[in-house]
Design a protein around this ligand. Sequence first.
Ligand SMILES: NC(=O)c1ccc[n+]([C@@H]2O[C@H](COP(=O)([O-])OP(=O)(O)OC[C@H]3O[C@@H](n4cnc5c(N)ncnc54)[C@H](OP(=O)(O)O)[C@@H]3O)[C@@H](O)[C@H]2O)c1
Length: 287
Amino acid sequence: MVEAFEGKMKGLVFGRGFLGTRIANYLGYKVIGREIADATDLSDIEKILDIEKPDVVINAIGKTGRPNIDWCETHKEETILSNVSAAVNLSSACALRGIYFVHLGSGCMYLGDKGGEGFTEDDEPNFYGPQFYAKTKILAEKAITASNPSALILRVRMPVDDHPDERNLIDKIKKYENLIDVKNSMTTVPHLLGAIKQLIEERKTGVYNLVNPGIISPFEIMEAYKKIADSSHNFGKFSLRELNQITLGTRSNCYLNTDKLKNAGITLPEIHEAVEECLLQYKEHLK
Ligand SMILES: NC(=O)c1ccc[n+]([C@@H]2O[C@H](COP(=O)([O-])OP(=O)(O)OC[C@H]3O[C@@H](n4cnc5c(N)ncnc54)[C@H](OP(=O)(O)O)[C@@H]3O)[C@@H](O)[C@H]2O)c1
């Protein structure tokens, strides 16, 4: 812990999307959407920071692709501007003003499980190349860590939430007829919120794998969905090879080590338990 903030902090979240809105509502921060500032324009950001004078800025801007990440393969300019240029603009403008900067990174920068240990924050990303989105998230993380030592970078993965939303992993995968049964690190959003609050309050810096302990596959999540939320839901299984044949960019499948988060005093619930908790709430929303 570097230094605890005292009293109420003024925070801004850049990015009026799925995670930005969720985090801002939870922390009571103001959201700065594209209609207020285009973060690829440094002067827009500087104007907002000089008017608002926040203590904390969270970057929840990004292009993750719609309907899926393959969009980034065919829209490289927009993707690099939002995922790299905007992130560097925000980080630099905050550093110059002494504002604590938090960046939402991605855990999708690795492939594999590192012999069962999981990749730590110190491991060099091994997924630079096969997918453009991952490439931009690696570039942004490297640029921020190289230039802003007081920034906090949170690597989130495949967010699972407790209510229906087109960005919730549950909603995304329930549209698919076939799912892979490959286990991955994932982040449950209700638990991510409390973790972010604690990390900010303790003014942590550096990179954190912000995922739940354990690994789970999309197929397993749909099995739990069928059991808990909708017994009529039908789906099948296919192999990673079959998935790779129908996607433009290769998908990252990886296991991230959560020891650093645990050593910081933050333990998210084990991923199967956490997903079940989300599904129980999700079921109530379906009613
Ligand atoms: N959801 C995931 O699966 C996931 C997983 C790991 C990490 N993350 C990271 O978390 C962050 C937020 O993701 P999300 O799921 O909340 O995505 P999202 O719902 O697509 O929200 C991103 C927001 O950023 C805005 N934006 C993009 N470029 C901008 C710019 N130049 N200026 C101002 N606003 C801009 C988008 O507005 P427009 O729609 O107008 O462009 C959108 O409102 C991203 O950095 C993403 O890489 C997401």
